[in-house]
Design a protein around this ligand. Structure first.
Ligand SMILES: C[S@@+](CC[C@H](N)C(=O)[O-])C[C@H]1O[C@@H](n2cnc3c(N)ncnc32)[C@H](O)[C@@H]1O
Length: 286
């Protein structure tokens, strides 16, 4: 969720972002968008029917929601989760243990902006919401190309826009609050930026595009109980960027939404709808 043009910053992709808050958001994301995660990983597994499926690599694994979904879909494969953050990788290990995948899931700590870690050849690579965070995505694609076996698949997934939760009129403050939040995010060019079309980048690296698909996300009530927590985790994460960029009354409304209690709290609303789209590219190393 960071500016992919920011090649000149050297402070990590989420500087100033509380990593525990990011981890909570990633877990809630998988929880609320469970059917999407299941659909996209099933689709990748189907595209991989004709290739060996011995080893799968999850790049920028975060808390491991993709790692575990992949371990489930690729039922005999070893899954290697790579992330720069030890804290995230500990969560991946906990999930693997809890899910009964400890023997097939391995974690590798590496900063892909600095150096590609030594990894055995793999058959499938998965990079969800992570490629845009790299300082030099083209270099990462080249490294993936050399690590993937001929015939192997690379799946890249990105969010097409910030997730939306709120109706235009939330019965509090001025209508259009969420749209103004997103305008402010765009203005700040932080926390979220449109990703490029990765297709041409993949082709330039030598991959052949197999498929590109956009997955609509539309979680309407009755939705998982965690939806309010998901909306709150997201808005809390972006709030520091919004401060100073939005009108005081909007920030006050946001504060009311983010409160633990009260009828307007995100945790107690029944008008939330999670909307957005995610695009997935699948490419093959010839
Ligand atoms: C937005 S999260 C996505 C996590 C996960 N793939 C998912 O879909 O839930 C991006 C992850 O990429 C990792 N990351 C960012 N830059 C990285 C780098 N240079 N090297 C390795 N991992 C990186 C972050 O630590 C974070 O866990």
């Amino acid at each position: 969720m960071e500016n992919h043009h920011s090649h000149n910053h050297h402070h990590g992709p989420h500087e100033g972002v509380d990593s525990a808050a990011m981890a909570e958001l990633l877990d809630l994301d998988a929880n609320v968008l469970h059917s999407y995660l299941s659909d996209v990983t099933t689709w990748v597994r189907q595209l991989a029917t004709d290739i060996p499926r011995r080893r799968v690599l999850d790049l920028g694994a975060g808390t491991g929601t993709g790692t575990i979904a992949l371990a489930e879909r690729f039922s005999r494969a070893d899954v290697i989760a790579v992330d720069v953050s030890e804290e995230m990788l500990t969560r991946v290990q906990d999930k693997a243990l809890f899910g009964g995948f400890a023997e097939r899931v391995r974690t590798v700590q590496a900063d892909l902006n600095v150096a590609w870690p030594p990894i055995e050849p793999v058959d499938v690579v998965w990079a969800a919401l992570s490629l845009h965070e790299m300082d030099d995505p083209e270099q990462v694609l080249k490294d993936v190309f050399t690590t993937i076996n001929p015939g192997g698949l690379l799946a890249v997934v990105e969010m097409d826009s910030p997730p939306r939760f709120l109706p235009d009129d939330i019965g509090l403050g001025r209508p259009g609050l969420e749209a103004r939040c997103h305008d402010a995010l765009e203005q700040a060019q932080a926390s979220w930026e449109p990703h490029p079309d990765w297709g041409p980048h993949m082709e330039r690296t030598g991959f052949t595009i197999v498929a590109k698909r956009t997955f609509p996300i539309d979680v309407t009530p009755p939705h998982p109980a965690s939806t309010g927590h998901y909306a709150r985790a997201y808005l809390r994460l972006i709030r520091p960027v919004l401060e100073g960029r939005m009108a005081t009354d909007d920030l006050a409304t946001l504060g009311t939404l983010l409160a633990d209690d009260g009828p307007h709290s995100l945790l107690h609303r029944n008008d939330l709808i999670v909307r957005g789209t995610r695009t997935a590219w699948v490419a093959r190393r010839p």
